[in-house]
Design a protein around this ligand. Structure first.
Ligand SMILES: Cc1cc2nc3c(=O)[nH]c(=O)nc-3n(C[C@H](O)[C@H](O)[C@H](O)COP(=O)(O)O)c2cc1C
Length: 215
């Protein structure tokens, strides 16, 4: 594969929030997990752990958990709360719970500050997720990164029997997209790359940060 083909897969990946029925075969899931296995990690610690379900009843329960959270947040702040409903977690081919074993932070021997260890830990698991998402995109599957907030974490943990020693970080649906969403806007390379020293003329004003994303 040349770089152009790799970039094509990267450009094809989208966060998909509407799925249609259709199976992701076990072999295809295995290829995604192989992609995760190859991800780089600090001190080669490989902290990722994945719990996979195809069980419709469990998916419906996950949808309910997210929907209850959404209703509660909307009740608390009907005007400003703009969270997405995340109904898609209830009806996909496979749902992957992305966990990480935080005990692996102990192997970052030269990294002493807790915040620095946390940064490494989350980046490691995120690398594996992105590898999986690219593998999925290369096979024509959609995925989306779904945050696991404190409000939903205990119920998800109980449903999937995730041990206390693991962190439950994200949920990732995998399935055939109903339609591929349009690409989201991206910043221009020249706007975020600085040669030799940081170019202060490119530092975005607060107003630009707040007005992002454009759509
Ligand atoms: C760390 C992280 C957390 C995200 N959390 C959510 C989420 O909770 N729900 C959701 O629908 N999308 C979530 N996303 C997806 C982003 O909204 C999406 O990647 C972004 O808008 C760009 O769109 P694209 O992925 O289609 O290119 C998350 C993405 C990342 C990297």
């Amino acid at each position: 594969m040349d770089t152009g083909e790799l970039l094509e897969v990267m450009a094809a990946r989208r966060s998909v929030r509407v799925y249609r029925s259709g199976q992701v075969a076990d072999g295809q899931l295995q290829l995604m997990f192989e992609a995760a296995r190859l991800a780089p990690s600090g001190a080669n610690s490989q902290p990722w752990e994945f719990v996979v379900t195809r069980d419709r009843a469990k998916m419906r329960r996950v949808r309910q958990i997210y929907s209850d959270e959404w209703k509660q947040r909307k009740l608390e702040d009907p005007v400003h709360y703009k969270g997405l409903k995340k109904d898609y977690v209830g009806d996909v081919s496979a749902l992957v719970l992305v966990c990480g074993d935080a005990r692996t932070k102990r192997v970052y021997l030269t990294t002493r500050q807790p915040a620095d260890r946390e940064k490494l830990f989350q980046a490691n698991v995120a690398n594996a997720v992105e590898h999986m998402m690219l593998a999925a995109a290369s096979m024509g599957f959609g995925t989306v990164w779904v945050s696991v907030r404190k409000e939903v974490e205990p119920e998800l943990r109980a449903l999937f029997k995730v041990p206390r020693s693991l962190r439950l970080l994200w949920v990732m649906p995998v399935g055939r997209p109903r339609a591929w969403p349009k690409p989201k806007p991206r910043r221009k390379v020249d706007d975020f790359v600085h040669w030799e020293t940081y170019d202060n003329s490119k530092l975005r004003p607060e107003s630009q940060i707040r007005s992002w994303p454009k759509s």
